[in-house]
Design a protein around this ligand. Sequence first.
Ligand code: SF4
Length: 350
Amino acid sequence: MPSLSISPSVPAKAPLLAFSPLTDSHGREITDLRISITDRCNYRCVYCRTGNEGAQYSELPMADYLRLARIFVGLGIEKVRLTGGEPLLRKGLIELIRELAKLRTPLSGNPLDLAVTTNGHLLEDQAARLKAAGLSRITVSMDAVDAETFARITRVPDSFEKVQRGIKAAQKAGLGPVKVNCVVLRGFNDDQIVPFVRFSREHGVIVRFIEFMPLEEDRLWTPGTVVPFSEVVARLEQFRPLVKLPANSSGETAVRYTFDDGLGEIGVIAPVSRAFCGQCSRIRLTSDGKIRTCLFSQFDHDLYGVMQRGGADAELAAFIEKTVSQKEARHHIGEPGFLKPSRSMVHIGG
Ligand code: SF4
């Protein structure tokens, strides 16, 4: 495996550029970077990808993601989440995490909050090494707690048990509390809400229900396929009285609950019916090196192009700051004239 040394023009401890927290024109501090390191995936989830085989995919050398991440951190990014496609498919992931874990946030000097979002299929074999490399947290995308529904959504047979073992391996490796994200689609898996609650209580995982967003490759999304926040909460209340929990941080997207007996933690993420754009602290780097200022952007900003043309760190940082200043105020899902984003979720990265 080639070492992840950064190109010689960037000494290990590059002096931090003039530090000011990345802030957009709406006054929101951008502290959370999501880097997609591949748009390849070993699943074909109905709410994300078409069933077509052999799709083209794009990936950069891991050293380039590391160099770009370092510049983002120098500008105030405190959380880095690696996504995909399926990030555990990428060779060099462990080394990338090891290098990212060495970075320090400019203001506090603290290590980054490093997380990965995975479908869990390859987690059993990699959990311990991910933890040892410096990973802080893991989120598993899992949309059913029975094998039949799971296979119907992922369109990959015999994958359910592998993901269960992956979650156990992550807990054993000390990556807990493991979060499980479930995208709820009416007519597909909305019957899984209460079974997931039992799963959370029995296995000590935090389950978060996410409203279905129009980010799929097919044309599956309609307002009717969304199970809104109010309905999810009503179904949870039918199981047991809910107790609201405080947010972990100002930009947290989930509304957190436990039950009257304190067992289990459930989150509801409602970007469609209860948008949280006002506190958005996120920016994304796609697997081909483009900045996405919002999940629903109509534009890409070609940061990697600047790098390929020999751009120095200061130039890349200036490009990032200029791009962040153009971040959209919010999404317009369900409004007249709403346009689906120019990229689907698999090519953006969660
Ligand atoms: S829709 Fe865009 S602005 Fe709103 S929370 Fe998501 S990324 Fe942020």
